[in-house]
Write a protein of this length. Structure first.
Length: 95
């Protein structure tokens, strides 16, 4: 459903949004309870339309990228709104 400041979606856009939503639900359910019955249900949905498999693969890829971000070291304390000064660089050299 389109928000107040977004134009209404076309039918193909709505279908794609529903496909992405269903892929997300299936992916989350599979993570929570990887039962053979659910696997069979997901496999049937994936085989219905190649776009379903693409949506599911995108969800898996997003999950993998999020896992990489969670395992990355924290960013150094730096305020991107404040440009680095010569004094900042000198302080780093002395450490």
């Amino acid at each position: 459903m389109a928000g107040a400041d977004q134009p209404p979606q076309s039918e193909p856009e709505q279908a794609e949004a529903l496909r992405e939503e269903r892929a997300a639900r299936y992916f989350a359910r599979q993570l929570d309870d990887p039962s053979p019955l659910l696997g069979t249900e997901i496999d049937a949905w994936l085989s219905e339309d190649p776009r379903n498999a693409i949506a599911y693969a995108r969800m898996a890829q997003a999950w993998d990228k999020a896992a990489l971000l969670r395992s990355a070291p924290p960013a150094p304390d730096h305020d991107p709104r404040r440009p680095e000064t010569h004094a900042d660089r000198q302080g780093q050299d002395q450490q």
